[in-house]
Design a protein around this ligand. Structure first.
Ligand SMILES: [Zn+2]
Length: 155
């Protein structure tokens, strides 16, 4: 492993892969599906998104407090969900110590500022990640979405 710990937090270490130069959150605790890992709040509310923000409404994008949570990477098979209504980070599946915490970016993002091609490696990987706006309809039942995204999808 080429991981170095940048900082330690109650639920996870923020690590960096020194070869890929990629940061990740690695769980320090065991969680069961449905557990609340942490609560969060808005350190700042921005009108336009960036690669660290979480969308809560049409023109509202929050910077997370505590800020280490902003390093939660995307996966097409996520193990956590940012509930932007209750402001709680929730486990979508059982999480073992040492597991990377990941969430599905389109679960909160309608149209991403920096679309990218996912290489998460899961057999259900959807490839291009652009936001909920561009998700194929048949995939929608596979994922949990924020209230805002649910409302947008319903339109
Ligand atoms: Zn993927």
């Amino acid at each position: 492993m080429n991981q170095q710990i940048i900082s330690s937090h109650v639920i996870a270490n923020l690590v960096i892969d020194t070869i890929a130069n990629q940061q990740a959150l690695i769980s320090l605790q065991k969680f069961n599906k449905g557990d609340i890992l942490h609560s969060f709040s808005a350190k700042e509310i921005l009108e336009t998104p960036n690669y660290l923000t979480l969308q809560i409404a049409a023109n509202k994008h929050i910077l997370l407090q505590p800020s280490f949570l902003q390093y939660t990477n995307h996966s097409c098979q996520p193990n956590v969900f940012f509930n932007t209504t209750t402001l709680q980070l929730k486990a979508l599946q059982d999480i073992e110590i040492g597991t990377e915490l990941t969430f599905f970016y389109p679960s909160t993002e309608w149209k991403m500022q920096q679309p990218f091609t996912c290489f998460c490696g899961h057999n259900n990987c959807i490839g291009r990640i652009e936001g909920a706006e561009n998700l194929p309809k048949h995939l929608l039942p596979n994922y949990k979405f924020s209230l805002f995204i649910q409302q947008m999808l319903a339109q």
